[in-house]
Design a protein around this ligand. Structure first.
Ligand code: MN3
Length: 240
């Protein structure tokens, strides 16, 4: 009985691996086009217990993948737009062909927001250092006030959206929120970091408790990476 059970388990695991491989292949084909879905920079379970592995898997492999697929599909008949960088497309939405403008806004914004989001998280967060820490004190009243204000702003996002810290070329930081997949990139600004206020980002573990998700999220913020993004913003090399 136990050998049958263990054989069944082996077969099950082999079958699961095949399904995962097939699913990844489908995603790769679906993402054919100018924009690509990069893999997560850490395993799905790296942010547990604060963000569970299943949430990360669905969020990256399905939600983010869909934004990339929709973006690429919209660009099939628009080669001039397809040759542009994502930040240029978003900064010039008003100049984009009207037929695809809303798709670009939603799915281009979704691609940019999630590309940033995976980067600014990680299992070993650290603390703000150097010029970044000084800017947080100067512009946002220190780390504790930044976190309090950021969490409060996140709670005020009605429905789906984002809460961001933007960074100006001179290094000045500011807090702002956006609905849906809108991004400060569309206002010609740069995003230092942000948190996803869509329920798909937290619902499996937190259900309606967005405040708990916002509070827990600081445990997986990668301040080393954010420090690199801050330096890049001041150097004029930060893209999305
Ligand atoms: Mn999301």
């Amino acid at each position: 009985m136990s050998s049958i059970a263990s054989l069944t388990r082996r077969e099950f695991l082999a079958g699961s691996a095949a399904i995962v491989a097939l699913t990844r292949n489908v995603h790769a084909q679906a993402a054919a086009g100018p924009f690509k879905l990069e893999p997560l920079p850490y395993p799905n379970n790296a942010l547990e217990p604060h963000i569970d592995a299943r949430t990360m898997e669905i969020h990256h492999d399905r939600h983010h993948a869909a934004y990339v697929m929709n973006l690429n599909n919209a660009l099939k008949d628009h080669p001039a737009v397809a040759s542009m960088s994502l930040q240029d497309i978003l900064a010039k939405l008003g100049e984009m062909p009207e037929a695809i403008r809303t798709v670009l806004r939603n799915n281009g914004g979704g691609h940019a927001n999630h590309t940033m989001f995976w980067q600014v998280m990680g299992p070993a967060g650290g603390q703000p250092q150097g010029e970044l820490a000084a800017a947080i004190t100067r512009d946002l009243g220190g780390l504790q006030k930044l976190q309090d204000d950021f969490n409060a702003a996140g709670l005020r996002v009605f429905g789906s959206g984002w809460v961001f810290i933007t960074v100006a070329p001179d290094g000045k930081l500011a807090l702002e929120t956006k609905p849906n997949q809108d991004t400060p990139l569309a206002d010609g600004k740069h995003v230092l970091f942000g948190n996803d206020m869509w329920e798909h980002a937290y619902y499996l573990s937190y259900q309606n408790r967005r405040a708990d998700y916002l509070k827990a999220w600081w445990n997986v913020v990668n301040w080393t990476k954010i420090g690199e993004r801050y330096a890049a913003a001041k150097a004029g090399t930060l893209t999305i």
